[in-house]
Design a protein around this ligand. Sequence first.
Ligand code: UGA
Length: 435
Amino acid sequence: MRITMIGSGYVGLVSGACLADFGHDVVCVDKDEDKIAALQAGRIPIFEPGLDSLVAGNVKAGRLSFTTDLAGGVEGAEVIFIAVGTPARRGDGHADLSFVHEAARTIAPLLKDFTVVVTKSTVPVGTGDEIEKIIKKANPAADVAVVSNPEFLREGAAIDDFRRPDRIVVGLSDERAEAVMTEVYRPLYLNQAPILFTGRRTAELIKYAGNAFLAMKITFINEIADLCEQTGANVRQVAQGIGLDKRIGSKFLHAGPGYGGSCFPKDTVALAKTAQDFGSPLRLVETTVAVNTARKRSIARKIVAACGGDVSEKKIAILGLTFKPNTDDMRESPALTIIQALQDAGAEISAYDPEGMAHARTMMENVDFASDPYDAAKDAEALVIITEWNAFRAMDFKRLKQVMKTPLLVDLRNIYRKDEVKGHGFAYVGVGRPT
Ligand code: UGA
């Protein structure tokens, strides 16, 4: 099957490479010339485990190519995916659809035979209708079906998520498009992955509702963690205790510094805005956004309290800057707010992250970027784990104690056992656990 992917960012690139790996003939298009030049030269512009070899293998096999030439890339395509960015619009938090609309306008005159145009970008309910209108206006004769096929990939585990999805959601109303989409996902379909065919608006809403629910789940356990701290209970055991109930499930119940990333913060706000516009407000989602925003600064206050209430001119070492491990993505990372708040309180910051420092350098000021955890910890009065990279899970505490001014570990991801850390002569502060 001949597939074109418009947008070679995170979603487009991972989806394009995985679809090529299924045996489809995939052309990834992007207007960013530097990005396409890098991809053509075999360089992957993002950090995602396994993506470089997947891309290289499929390019070599002749199934995957990259171009800035949209007209050429769309030529002969049976399916055109739109996987461009939908950032938050400045000012009101609505999803900015200008790239999606532009893609629709550009492909409209190029459509010849029956073509399925699929939105993979996260778009508000009703966007499929708008895309259809744009295409029909520019090319009334176009034989086109507009489909919604949201993606549920997690950064850091994207290839695995694509190959072993919990479900594939496809929103459409055209029987020919249903046959085409079944063909696109045939290998997964044969693997028993459930494909849920719904109406287009329903599919668009499933994406937002899913992300909002997960964001709410995290925020719920974060508030329970605060309550645990006040009552002497242990949030890990509470999470285990409720997660064993199959109706609740154990995933996304890890308390921490608040959710971040390119999806949850933006999608929760956009969904809340859409719901307000439709006169059907989602108060739980609105509250989730507010609680998560406030949490990042309250976590900074927690660090200050662990340091005796004053961090002025004290050096605090931060481990982990990205919004989660196995990515170099710093977007909406809790580390950004926490570090700023600590600096506002007078602290000096040293930091280390295995993959995020190149981006972090462009986003943070007055941070001393270290070469490893021990270099970061030198002369520090507290070591704070913000992101749970595997590299931080088995640190040499003897070495840390030798270099630190005060042996204090603030473990915002609960990756250590309190007794173990205390056994090394450290003070330990976790999240939602008795100290
Ligand atoms: C999220 C969803 O999990 C994907 O299903 C979805 O496709 C994607 O958004 C998207 O819309 O594109 P992602 O943003 O890559 O994926 O990251 P997650 O693994 O969901 O983590 C998001 C944030 O929640 C991170 O800051 C993470 O540290 C935090 N989190 C997650 C917790 O604090 N606790 C948890 O138990 C789980």
